[in-house]
Design a protein around this ligand. Sequence first.
Ligand SMILES: Nc1ncnc2c1ncn2[C@@H]1O[C@H](COP(=O)(O)OP(=O)(O)OP(=O)(O)O)[C@@H](O)[C@H]1O
Ligand SMILES: [Mg+2]
Length: 331
Amino acid sequence: MTPAHGREPIPPGADVSRPDAALVVDHLTKRFGQRAAYEDVSFEVGYGEVFGFLGPNGAGKTTMVRTLGTLLAPTSGSAVVAGIPLDLEAGSHIRARISIMPESPGLYLRLTVAENLECFAGLYELTDIRERIAKGLQAVNLTDRANDLCGSLSKGLRQRVALARALLNDPAVLFLDEPTSGLDPVATRDVHELIAALRDQGVTIFLTTHRLEEAERLCHRVAILNTTLLLIGRPDELRERLFTRGLDVRTRVPLADPGAVFDRLADVQGWDQSASGSYVLQVTDPDATAPRVARALVAVDADILSLVETRHSLEDVYLELVEDDVEAQRR
Ligand SMILES: Nc1ncnc2c1ncn2[C@@H]1O[C@H](COP(=O)(O)OP(=O)(O)OP(=O)(O)O)[C@@H](O)[C@H]1O
Ligand SMILES: [Mg+2]
């Protein structure tokens, strides 16, 4: 599949000065009454990028998807979606160039898979419908289920039909709102593989998720939102920004005097005993320091079980930012 942005005519008002940006969000705010769903949010997403939008319940993720999908008007700020400035007149132009897979698939359960897709292709006023449906079904490995009633499919398969539907118009930006929510591990892995395949084909994807391992595995960059945008960057960048680097050391028996070993090493800035025989050392360059630590341990006859760089997951980053947030706990 090729992203549509290279082939479709550019509509009037399109921002041709930023051909590289699939999404430009500039100080965008959406309020419902006095309450902000999201506030003063700015970010950009490049074509071909898989961008993760993470945040706790009520953080404003779906509201952002609905805003960028022209289903809700923002309260203030501006955005450019697939090259088109977001305003009332642009709605139909934008909707023709994007698609949204919502939190619940919303399929007609008494229609077959193919009939569902035909119905939506009709709404989009697409041409070469048969070919598009065949391509969509192939992309989600459902060709052999085309004539099954949607009502007879499992949740995981329905999610795949919804993904096929979202691919029908060959979108320049594909919005996936929690695509694996409620799926079992096997169905989740299947959806992850489909998303990874789309990513490898260069499809631009805006993915909201609670599953941090999903974001870590699939996304080039992630944003962490909690009404306001807390942090944005590559998962490894975020880890480095929030945490000092370290080495995890385990010895077969606890060291008699760990301070005598670690305090002598100039490039160990500090250390802590995390459990009996387990130590966490703060260092700036784990690769350079690890061999020195190993030599120091061998010099005191310690049996090393492991000596590895401390790994902080995206989950650690997320919890560090969101866990203590009183606002988040109220939702
Ligand atoms: N139509 C609406 N009218 C009033 N308030 C709304 C409306 N839609 C969303 N909200 C509020 O906006 C805030 C953000 O909701 P949103 O659904 O965008 O969160 P979310 O990050 O998608 O959450 P979840 O992880 O539960 O899907 C919430 O406080 C919600 O109650
Ligand atoms: Mg949501």
